[in-house]
Ligand binder design. Sequence first.
Ligand code: ZN
Length: 404
Amino acid sequence: MRLSLRYCAIALLFAPAASVAQQVQLQDIRLWASPDSTRVVLDLSAPASYSLFSLGSPERIVIDLERTAVAPGSVSAPAGTGLVSAVRLGERDGGGLRVVLDVGAKVKPSSFLTPPNEAYGHRLVVDLAPEQAPKAVKAVPTDGQRDIVIAIDAGHGGEDPGAIGRDGTREKTVVLAVAKKLAARINAEPGMRAVLTRDGDYFVPFRERIRRAREQQADLFISIHADAFVNRSVRGSSVYVLSTRRASSEAARILADRENAADLIGGVSLDDKTDVLASVLLDLSQNASISASREAAARVLAELDGVGQLKKSEVQHASLIVLTSPDVPSMLVETAYISNPDEEKRLRDPAHQTRLASAIHAGVRRYFYDNPPPGTRVAMLAARERAGDKVATGASVAATVGGT
Ligand SMILES: [Zn+2]
């Protein structure tokens, strides 16, 4: 599926040349700012031939679209955000359209055309990154009391809405809400710290999500999603860990296709290395990391059992790119089926989002208290908890003896 989509994208690049003089309409311009990049999306009625270049003093990015006009009903240039201070539109002689992005400083642009998906039609996507990305050097305290770091990954985001429920609920929105609530609980836990791979409505490619988790030296990576299926009666939570072999079930295969396909939108669609890299990472994955993933996932699944119905009472295995970090135990939680009207309603309910976050937190806490990484504050707290249990057991034995 990913391959065929990739060919689609390449075929579309050549389409405008073939369809001579076909007028393309610019229907909308959308901007998404993430902490370290800005994405500009031009919604088009059809793929357009375009050229993109940078101009200096003042710094700006120019996109020239051939045989393109603003759609009737007027598209207004959106206000600037992130790295873009202003957007300007102008007609060009010979029937073209020029889009100028004013940028405060030198930026590195990249662009690609992408075909329609569930939510949008043809798009030209322009990503802008600062020319010199600030490299934050992470200082990890090594005084034997380090925090356990949990990377929480809200799936999708930006112009990738993920699955959409019958009432229009978007996966990207509900999973971010659950992720933020989970992060708050983890941060309130002594000896644990949460990092979010995204904290707003913007897209982050899979590999970037993994890179952020590894940069923070995460002890666990949890990707949060909501499932969808054509049959709207299907419901329940599931938890997935990486499979080193083929996906263990048909459902897992479909999920893998869908979640992996989401990354095409992220702009790595023409990167043929993706598959190779994924398989190399798979080869590198340590069995220890996978068995840790499985153990942590089992505890999360057990806690989710108390919140709602489980789709499968066992941890599932799937070949998901987002789970291919070789050294960070990783799991993917499908909180519920957004395609099921009941579950869609629950997913939107803040009280239910809180219950989901609390269940995942409880599972994670249980896992790390059972398997504390050496040198962490939790290792010390867990030892104290066990000692406390022994004292408590001793006391109750004494009381029983005393009673006879
Ligand atoms: Zn998803």
